[in-house]
Design a protein around this ligand. Sequence first.
Ligand code: C5P
Length: 407
Amino acid sequence: MLRGKKILLIISGGIAAYKSLELIRLFKKSGANIRCVITNGGTNFVTPLSVSALTEEEVYTDLWSLKDETEMGHIRLSREADLIVIAPASANLLAQMTHGLAEDLASTTLLASNRPIMVCPAMNPMMWQHDATQENLKTLKSRGIKIIGPTTGDMACGETGKGRMSEAEDIFTAVMNYFSANKPLAGFRAIVTSGPTYEPIDPVRFIGNKSSGKQGHAIASALSHAGASVTLISGSVKIPDPDGVKTVHVETAQDMLEACESALPADIAVCAAAVSDWRVDSYTTQKIKKGASKKPPSLSLIENPDILKTISNHKTKRPTLVIGFAAETENLDDNATAKLESKNCDWIIGNNIIENNVFGSDKNQITLFTTTTKKEFPISEKTIIARDIVDEIIHYLEANKLTQAAE
Ligand code: C5P
């Protein structure tokens, strides 16, 4: 099943474009979200109206359309997909991709993309055999682009040979196989903290932090999609538990720490929770009455355990990669780098909460700080930010040749 998977389908010019309609139907039936870009040539073979009716989404055709750019924009189109499928891929589009041309919405989107790409070529056999096409394909393959087909048979142009686009069912199977095989974090264990902690004052009142849990939950979900076995330790939030993730519900910072410690060992820990720094040192079992004394009650606070710091300094079960968050209202760089040191974690993900109004929003803007590097990411949906973070985790583990150690 492709439930929840985001696929961007690019339809370029070719008679085989009619098969793309069947492909969309198969994608939709298996629960995928499909967005389509049709090239100018493609619109000669299928209409945006039929594609839009099948995808139940807006169809994008024009790089210079104010409407398309304000609603979506080629950068978002290129970044939001889990996979880009080009079917049919014309000889022209393959050549544009090889040489980095950005002449229309499809080629510009492809050049702006860091997402995996699958191409399904369709062209006349002579065009397919041409050295230019074959060399372009070699280059595209060397960049990790997957090529599906073409097959051999009778062509619409009357010739027979290799160049027919693979059948919709075969492309669909290749996409299914891609998603089931692409689990780079399989075997790795991860702990994610998310949401706020609530520290009770009396049975009805509490001290809490502002946090919707959207970013932490999205990270747990993205880690799980990449194959990791994930324990999400969540404070009180209004959003559902992510699918495929073991979720432990907690209320206070102390509960959250205990749940983290019982979830160890893990290879990766992401502390995205907004943990209350303090709790009241004497919880009152009865509701504190207003006006019981002349003055409002005074609360005496004590410090909560620092979960991130505790995990980072764990003597026997420190995860290989420990990631903290820094939600700051000012001096993001200084505060984030200071936090890296004081917490002894490996990465800090900083966000400026005033500038970006992140609480409860579906969007976020982050900067990733390691001890030696700083990388800024564009403002994006929290689900996209989560996938960017997981991509960074995968690259880090691969670059350092780290294999799962947690047992
Ligand atoms: O300490 P501060 O709130 O500035 O740091 C934020 C980071 O530390 C976040 O990753 C947060 O989840 C984590 N944290 C924690 N336990 C605390 C306070 C913060 O895990 N008691």
